[in-house]
Design a protein around this ligand. Structure first.
Ligand SMILES: O=C(O)C[C@H]1C=CC(=O)O1
Ligand SMILES: [Mn+2]
Length: 385
């Protein structure tokens, strides 16, 4: 085996194309954590660990993801055989609890290296390999303004880029949020599927009212209406309403998947590689869902190109992906960090088919946007002094 030579982690801050208004925060930029691993033979892999809105979405922040990798994971990884991805991640897991997004970034980079070494796409290293080459992709309407959301929906429908729409609600009174959603659904009609994500902001009573009204408005699903730990409420809501409930924040890997599936807490799972702790545990989440008759959806943490490609490889291995995906992260950012962007066409994302993740970073752009960059002029000054 060629041992690991170098592990480089850095945060890249990229503006969003417009404010992205969620119940817990308004995003104006995305902070992407990238990890680049190189073995002694010079084979390189990249991974991404990205969350939403600093610490407002979950327990890991961009800064904590970088710190967990640099201080705790990297020293262990340097003792591991990088060709044995599952074993390396299990070794890390013995000394590092939680920190799923950091683990996802590292596992992604190891899988990218493994695929490049073997000359095959990452999807061929997961489960039984790839079963699809394209993935339906939703778009999130979250400008904070109903009229602007409708214009945006019209634009992407005409461009044949998206026909599944996720609306972020939970910030306003239930009836006001539902009125906003109903107006958008009326404008879109049968041309697209409209779903909502409440990001845990409703009580069970609010969810009861909201789910009934949303069903009447023609909405197709309600994502994580109540707080993530309340599987009992999720199960009661799932049993009571025809409109299906999708689990998102409640799902942090196979153990949660088993707990929710066995208590009938959700009829759909948003499978996220970041929240699950990597592509391999995310595949286990999907396997549990499929065994339990729970529908699948490919979720996102609004990752840029590397994380989105990694999620696409995982989703490409899932035999049934009834609810499609929302792997649109790079399209929400003003800057592309890949040398060649991912391809979106005919309402779908093409899963890259080159070795590893099948994507390459645009090194100059990444250097320009990385938070710890040292401007060339400052370099020159410090070298002189
Ligand atoms: O699902 C979430 O909660 C996070 C996210 C996914 C799409 C989007 O706009 O925000
Ligand atoms: Mn969600």
């Amino acid at each position: 085996m060629a041992p690991i030579g170098e592990i480089d982690t850095f945060i890249v801050d990229v503006p969003t194309i417009r404010p992205h208004v969620l119940a817990m925060t308004t995003m104006r930029h995305q902070s992407i954590v990238l990890v680049r691993i190189r073995d002694a033979d010079g084979i390189e892999g990249v991974g991404e660990g990205t969350t939403i809105g600093g610490l407002s979405y979950g327990e890991e922040s961009p800064e904590s993801i970088k710190l967990a990798i640099d201080t705790y994971i990297a020293p262990i990884l340097k003792t591991c055989d990088p060709t044995r991805v599952g074993l390396a991640m299990a070794t890390i897991g013995k000394s590092v609890a939680g920190n799923h997004i950091a683990k996802c970034a590292v596992e992604t980079a190891l899988l990218d290296m493994a695929g490049r070494r073997l000359g095959i796409p990452v999807s061929e290293l997961i489960g039984g390999g790839r079963v699809r080459d394209r993935l339906p992709v939703a778009w999130t309407l979250a400008s904070g303004d109903t009229g602007r959301d409708i214009e945006e929906a019209e634009r992407v429908l005409t461009a044949r880029r998206h026909r599944i729409f996720k609306l972020k609600i939970g910030k306003h009174a239930v009836r006001d949020d539902v009125a906003h959603v109903a107006e958008i659904k009326r404008a879109i009609g049968d041309r697209g599927s409209v779903r909502v994500d409440v990001n845990q902001h409703w009580s069970e009573a609010q969810a009861d009212l909201g789910m009934r009204m949303l069903q009447d408005a023609g909405v197709d699903l309600v994502e994580q209406p109540v707080r993530r730990g309340d599987i009992s409420a999720m199960a009661r809501l799932s049993a009571k309403h025809i409109i299906p409930l999708m689990a998102d924040e409640a799902l942090h890997g196979p153990l949660d998947a088993f707990a929710i599936a066995s208590r009938a807490g959700a009829r759909i799972f948003a499978v996220k590689i970041a929240q699950s702790g990597g592509l391999l545990p995310a595949h286990a989440v999907a396997t549990i869902a499929q065994a339990a008759g729970v529908g699948l959806y490919g979720g996102t943490m609004l990752e840029a190109g590397v994380g989105t490609a990694a999620s696409a490889h995982l989703c490409a291995t899932l035999p049934s992906l009834e609810w499609g995906t929302e792997l649109f992260g790079p399209l929400l950012l003003t800057e592309e960090i890949l040398a060649e962007p991912l391809r979106y066409a005919d309402f779908e994302l093409e899963v890259p088919d080159g070795p590893g993740l099948g994507v390459t970073l645009d090194a100059d752009r990444v250097d320009f946007y990385r938070r710890d960059r040292v401007a060339p002029r400052l370099h020159a000054v410090s070298e002189r002094s």
